[in-house]
Design a protein around this ligand. Structure first.
Ligand code: IPE
Ligand code: IPE
Ligand code: MG
Length: 253
């Protein structure tokens, strides 16, 4: 682990890592356990990854914990996930505070059960001064929902004359998204091998580096995260330019 850590270039860290935490159900099935046990074990992986990102001094970590489509799962599973979320928030509060981690959330939070929402808002408020890292939980989150909401809000501002049509740019549109306080993710990790985005940050991931690993989320460790970051550091992000242009830019800077 420390060996791998020494191979990470602290100058080329992703500012923002986003993770689609997938595979809890399959992990449990392989062990003849209930899906809920898989979600319970997944919480340990959440702790491990939050700690690892904090140690590495990554500024933003977004975790896709519950999609707007996940409400369609059996109610017993949804209830268990809500209970686990609340427990996690209650148990983790002090640790977040101690480590200077500011908690935030994105998604249709109104749909969360009242007690979960209250706990969430309390921990968000308690940790608001954390300045070492921002942990963003995507809860009841769907990118299409977010984009439609943003479009509506922008349309209202256009109608009210708060902005003019000529002023509308992708940057202005971004400012209407719930993610507007945060930079776009540099690295997206998805566990359990699925090659899809499942309605996660569709707008914000336009130029994000993708890293898919077959590891199931409950088995995910710091080591896996370090491997993903190391892989990310070997890539050349061209943003539409040529490789020569990019290396030239580095030479000039
Ligand atoms: C991810 O694991 C957790 C949530 C979506 C809440 P899954 O529950 O999707 O696990 P699989 O995909 O069935 O293995
Ligand atoms: C995506 O995983 C949502 C989360 C990880 C919270 P899913 O397991 O719900 O995605 P699909 O349905 O397989 O695409
Ligand atoms: Mg899944």
């Amino acid at each position: 682990m420390s060996d791998l850590k020494s191979k990470i270039d602290p100058e080329k860290l992703p500012r923002h890592v986003a993770i689609i935490m997938d595979g809890n159900g399959r992990w449990a099935k392989k062990k003849f356990l209930s899906r809920i046990k898989g979600h319970e074990k997944g919480i340990n992986a959440v702790r491990e990854v939050v700690e690892a990102c904090r140690e590495l001094e990554i500024e933003y970590l977004t975790l896709y914990a519950f999609s707007v489509e996940n409400w369609r799962r059996p109610s017993s599973e949804v209830n268990a996930l809500m209970r686990l979320l609340k427990n996690y928030l209650v148990k983790e509060r002090d640790n977040l505070l101690k480590n200077g981690i500011r908690l935030r959330a994105i998604g249709d939070l109104e749909r969360l059960p009242g007690d979960v929402r209250q706990t969430l808002f309390k921990v968000i408020d308690d940790t608001k001064d954390g300045d070492k890292m921002t942990l963003i939980l995507a809860l009841s989150y769907g990118a299409r929902w977010e984009i439609v909401k943003a479009a509506l809000r922008m349309a209202n501002d256009l109608k009210d004359g708060k902005i003019r049509e000529e002023e509308v740019t992708p940057e202005v549109f971004s400012s209407y998204l719930t993610t507007s306080p945060y930079p776009d993710p540099d690295l997206l990790i998805r566990t359990s091998g699925e090659l899809r985005l499942s309605n996660f940050l569709l707008w914000q991931l336009a130029y994000t580096e993708l890293y898919i690993t077959p590891t199931l989320w409950p088995d995910y460790t710091k080591r896996d995260l370090l491997e993903a970051i190391r892989d990310y550091q070997k890539r050349e992000r061209r943003f539409g330019m040529t490789s020569d242009q990019i290396t030239g830019l580095h030479a000039e800077s």
